[in-house]
Each structure stands twice: as C-alpha cells, then as structure tokens.
Design a protein around this ligand. Structure first.
Ligand SMILES: *Cc1c(COP(=O)(O)O)cnc(C)c1O
Length: 384
C-alpha cells in the first residue's frame, strides 16, 4: 500500500519533473508553446530596458487584473503566501486575534494567520464542495474573532452570500484565499472582489501561473491598498523614507510579463478545465466513486478535479502503473499537522478527516485530450 506521505511526494515529483508521466497533472509545456513568442519578446524587452523591480509590466498587470476581477486595487507581491500575510496585516489582524478558517487547505492559508500573531480557528467543511461550512463559522465565533478566511478550494467558490452576511452581522473582516480560484465567480462577482481583501497565487501550477513564484492582493479599500503598497516595499512610499517596518515582497517584473500573456487567455484556460471536468464526470458516472459537485452558487474553475473513494489507494496505484499522474490534495488536514500540534490537540473535524482519507485528484488542464480522458477513466473503471 502506498502511504499518504509517499503519495504526497509524488505530487511534487509530477510538478517538478514533468517528463516522468505519460499524462502529467498539468501540461505546462503545451501552454508555453502557445504563448512562447509573446513571452520571449516581452522578456527580451525587459532585459533590454533593465526595469526589473516594479517596472511597467507589474504596473500594467495590476491594472489589468483589477479590471478583470472588478476591484479598485490590485497589488503584486512575491507569492500567494505573502499575499495572504500582507492582506491580514493591512486589515489590522494581529496578536491574539482569532481567524476562522478551514483545515482542508494548503498550509499557507494558516501560516499567514500565524505570521501576524493571530490564532487560526479551524472549522469543518461541507462534504460535497469541500469548502468551509457557514454554520460551522457561526458556531466558532467568540469575542476574540476578528476575521474569517474562506478558501475557494479546488476552484469552486465558497458560499460567499452566507459568509459575507455572517461577517457583516458579527463585524468581522472577510479575507478570501483565492489562490486556487483565479477567474471563478459567485453571484456574478469574481472571487476576490467580495471580501475586504483577497490573496491570489501565481505558483506555476495554479490556473493563472507564472514561471516561478508570484502573488497578488486585491481590495476595494484605498486605505488597505496604500498599506499594502508600503508593506510590500520595505514600508516605504518614497525611496529611503520608511513609515513602517515592511517586507521585500514584490511581484517580479519578468513574472508580470508572463502573467500578462496568460491573463489574456485565462477564460479560455478555465473553460478548457471545465470541459475536461465535465467529460470526466460523464465517463465516471455510475461507478462507486463520488465525483465533484458543482453547487450551482458560482462558476467552478477546477484548479483540481477531486473525487472521493474508499478505494483511493487501489485506484491511484492503477493510474500510476499506466504512467498517469494523480495526487492527494490534501492527505493531512491542518489540524492534524505536527506544526499545529499544540493548538489543535484533541480537535476533531469529522467531515474534513473523512474527506482527507478518501480524496484524490486527476490530471486537469486545458490540454487534456478526449483520448487521454478516456484512457484515465478506463483505467479507473478497470481498477474498480
Ligand atoms: C498555492 C496556495 C497558497 C500559497 O500560494 P504560494 O504562491 O505557493 O505561496 C495559499 N493557499 C492556497 C489554498 C493555495 O492553494
């Protein structure tokens, strides 16, 4: 049997050593072929101009993403983790404050909360969407609660109508983790445009990914935006004059060149992901598996196509034997991580734990052919 840690290592192998699988989790090479000329031209120009830090492409990308997402401000930063960290700081979340979030996410969600000295309060999820359960948020509110941080996990927006209402009623900040949801919308609004602030990641495998690390914070608040511009640049507005202690966390100019080329095509990429997801669900219907549910509240952009099965390990072994990549996002929920041992001792989140024990994700990207999809679903059928 393949244990969770071994599977987890495979996730990273599939991303970092693309060539090893006949069908990879995400085909970044095919994507690059389409944008190669545009990217190479832009990069050459940047090198020629030597405008490497907060140059014209970062500025243009910030304007273009703000327009795309329907927000007043977009501020490029060094990663999605930094985006969440700086968003919390700019919103005044700090020492001893409680931030309600999900344990079924990548650790960066909760790391950001820890970085500002706040306490992550993990609550359970909806078993069908894997997103934070609004009722669980209500039950976890105390006098120390200052913010709620939902994650639009796997690209499906959380129930923002209810979450926004809870935050308004209890006077809580709402900070969205949009690291997996670029281009997803809910109630006619883009994810990231609903809360007080939101963080996006441009890690290479994300729906909008660079060729390295990158991130973005968005907000409609002028005050928050001004703080973020200071925080990402050593607490400074005017060079060598520092108002606060800040960070070195800027979106790289070269990454902005690449991201601008991909932003033009993001709707096409996300539609491609939806096509693949729908085809998978059609072909897997009727098998003893739980295929992902689109809850109809918003538009799912399938950062991951994640299923549940009690026979996960058998299925994954069969896929791997056919050189088909697959991965477990996430094998260990955050409340069971060693890093959170002290604060989460004895905490039980039954839905999260069941989902983590049964979930696995299939390759998904706009370049997966119908033939590949058929090969993958046939392999699963044969394994079951
Ligand atoms: C990727 C991710 C992050 C962190 O983004 P980085 O750019 O890798 O720092 C945070 N939260 C979630 C849910 C993510 O998927």
């Amino acid at each position: 049997m393949i244990g969770p840690y071994q599977l987890h290592n495979n996730i990273h192998n599939t991303l970092w050593k693309q060539g090893n699988n006949m069908i990879p989790m995400v085909n970044l090479k095919a994507q690059y072929a389409e944008i190669k000329d545009e990217v190479e031209q832009g990069l050459a120009q940047t090198i020629e101009n030597c405008s490497f830090i907060l140059g014209p492409n970062v500025q243009a990308f910030e304007q273009e993403t703000a327009a795309y997402l329907g927000v007043k401000h977009a501020i490029g930063v060094a990663s999605g983790t930094d985006a969440l960290h700086l968003a919390l700081l700019a919103e005044g979340i700090g020492k001893g404050d409680e931030v309600i979030t999900t344990a079924f996410t990548f650790i960066a969600t909760a790391e950001a909360i820890k970085y500002v000295g706040a306490v992550p309060v993990f609550v359970d999820i909806d078993p069908r969407t894997f997103n934070i359960a609004p009722e669980a948020i209500i039950n976890a509110i105390t006098s120390r609660t200052k913010a709620v941080m939902p994650v639009h996990l796997f690209g499906q927006p959380a129930d923002m109508e209810q979450i926004e209402q809870i935050c308004q009623e209890h006077n809580l900040k709402l900070i969205e983790d949009c690291c997996q949801s670029f281009g997803a919308s809910v109630g006619g609004k883009q994810t990231g445009s609903i809360g007080d602030a939101a963080g996006f990641s441009f890690f290479p495998s994300k729906n909008l990914g660079g060729f390295g690390d990158g991130g973005l914070v968005v907000t409609n608040s002028d005050t928050t935006a001004a703080k973020l511009k200071q925080l990402r640049n050593h607490g400074s507005n005017v060079r060598y004059y520092h108002e606060v202690i800040g960070y070195n966390s800027r979106l790289d100019e070269m990454q902005a060149v690449i991201l601008r080329a991909k932003l033009k095509r993001i709707d096409q990429y996300n539609q491609g992901r939806r096509r693949v997801a729908h085809r998978y669900s059609e072909l897997l219907a009727g098998l003893p598996l739980t295929t992902p549910l689109e809850d109809g509240l918003g538009v799912h952009v399938y950062h991951q196509y994640t299923l549940l099965s009690e026979r996960r390990d058998e299925i994954m072994q069969a896929l791997q034997a056919q050189q088909i990549a697959c991965a477990v996002y996430y094998p260990v929920p955050l409340h069971q991580q060693v890093a959170f041992k002290e604060e989460c001792e004895g905490l039980s989140l039954p839905v999260t734990e069941t989902v983590a024990a049964q979930c696995f994700s299939l390759p998904i990207c706009p370049y997966l052919s119908d033939g590949d999809i058929k090969t993958i679903t046939d392999t699963i059928k044969a394994a079951l």
